[in-house]
Design a binder for this molecule. Structure first.
Ligand SMILES: CC(C)(COP(=O)(O)OP(=O)(O)OC[C@H]1O[C@@H](n2cnc3c(N)ncnc32)[C@H](O)[C@@H]1OP(=O)(O)O)[C@@H](O)C(=O)NCCC(=O)NCCS
Length: 391
């Protein structure tokens, strides 16, 4: 039966060739056009045409938000307005605050973030307006609220009061301030700003794709960001950096690196923070994060963790020929900034939300349903047996 139906589909295709025709993981399939970012396989990343190497030390994160949402860098007046809009949108609706307080103390912060972004949709002040300008206002409000949400969750878990952001602080600085409850030193301010710039966008990565699929159905921005957060959480995507830190703790000394990595490879396990779907050489974000991690560890007299990571990097390259991705040294930067492991992915989400909303706006403009096909490889014409007769 199966063969007959396959023959109806295409005389030349067997079940095996149908299976082979699937592009597993959509590897190399262009599924959307974008002006927000370009991931160049031989090691470069551009945001709206600007190389991240030029942005990371010279632009502010707010400039990058403006750039990705508007495809141009802001004037001073435009930047001032964006900063003010972000600042005044940071507050959370009371029911969201209440729900964060009630969240299970043991659940992962990304679970709370995913739920509460969705919950925020209930309080959107202009829910029926899907115009581009309304969606840009909505995008700014969502971007503004992520750091507050994450910081509030962390402080609730510590039994500490919420910290009110300061208008004179930049947006990344306020994030650290609200989260840790202390003023950041200049090195820390620069680190969180660079971290957020480097994580802002990255082509059609899995979470951005998820956001665009949701937006392609005409659904709202909160739904699209909720899809993206759920996707980023996975260990093969943004969740990798939390596992990088776990690996660093598991390897008790630099002398154990070789044996640990070899046993992971022998067991065919993935080494977290390594490998990439697109880059065929070093991830261009890694060199910045490595430099930041080294400098911050040096200043804090904690070079041992940096040295261990560097040894992991060289060992994995020698044994497998693969490079660290964004999540490897980002884990060390987060750790040195005093962010607990289980909050790493939430910081990633707070930075990547800019790319998500920018892509969703593009998807709305493109107005196309994203709906690939699947190749059916199951059986045909099976006889239905009533439940009482089944063995
Ligand atoms: C990111 C990732 C999912 C990309 O997967 P992918 O595009 O399917 O990777 P590929 O299948 O093309 O990998 C090519 C080869 O490198 C190996 N490889 C890739 N990443 C690896 C890793 N982290 N550890 C060990 N081996 C790895 C693959 O097993 C494969 O080896 P093989 O040819 O001997 O079978 C994968 O590298 C991974 O799981 N990395 C760890 C998780 C992580 O850091 N995620 C964050 C991504 S930014």
């Amino acid at each position: 039966m199966a063969k007959e139906i396959i023959e109806l589909v295409d005389d030349n295709m067997t079940a095996e060739s149908l299976e082979k025709a699937v592009i597993r993981g959509l590897r190399g399939v262009p599924a959307a056009t974008t002006r927000t970012s370009f991931v160049e396989p031989f090691g470069a990343l551009y945001y709206s045409g600007y190389n991240i190497d030029d942005l990371v030390d010279r632009a502010s994160y707010e400039e990058v938000i403006y750039l990705l949402l508007n495809n141009k860098l802001p004037t001073q007046t435009e930047l001032d307005k964006l900063k003010s809009d972000l600042f005044y949108a940071m507050k959370l609706p009371k029911p969201v605050v209440q729900r964060i307080r009630e969240a299970s103390p043991n659940c992962h912060p990304m679970e709370v973030l995913r739920t509460e972004i969705s919950h925020l949709g209930e309080f959107d002040p202009e829910p029926d307006d899907m115009s581009d300008v309304a969606n840009k206002r909505r995008a700014t409000r969502i971007i503004a609220k992520l750091p507050t949400l994450i910081s509030y969750l962390y402080r609730t878990r510590l039994n500490e009061d919420a910290v009110i952001p300061l208008q004179e602080n930049s947006y990344p600085e306020n994030f650290l301030y609200m989260f840790r409850g202390k003023v950041a030193d200049p090195e820390e301010k620069a680190a969180i700003e660079r971290y957020m710039i480097l994580h802002a966008d990255h082509g059609l990565n899995a979470s951005t794709f998820a956001a665009r699929v949701t937006a392609g159905t005409g659904s709202d921005l909160y739904s699209a960001i909720t899809s993206a957060i759920g996707t980023l959480k996975g260990p093969f995507h943004g969740g990798a950096s939390e596992r990088v830190m776990k690996m660093c703790y598991e390897i008790s000394s630099i002398d154990e690196v070789e044996t640990y990595i070899q046993s992971m490879l022998d067991d065919k396990k993935k080494i977290m923070g390594f490998g990439h779907r697109v880059y065929r050489t070093e991830d261009p974000r890694s060199k910045h994060l490595r430099r930041m991690a080294e400098r911050m560890c040096q200043q804090r007299d904690s070079l041992s963790i940096y040295n261990k990571c560097h040894k992991i990097e060289t060992t994995v390259y020698q044994k497998k020929g693969i490079f660290p991705n964004v999540d490897f040294y980002a884990a060390i930067v987060m750790h040195v900034l005093g962010i607990p492991n289980d909050f790493f992915t939430s910081f990633f989400a707070s930075s990547r939300v800019t790319g998500w909303v920018a892509h969703v706006l593009e998807q709305y403009a493109d107005a196309v349903l994203i709906r690939p096909t699947s190749t059916y490889i199951g059986e045909y014409g099976r006889e239905f047996i009533p439940i009482k007769e089944r063995s």
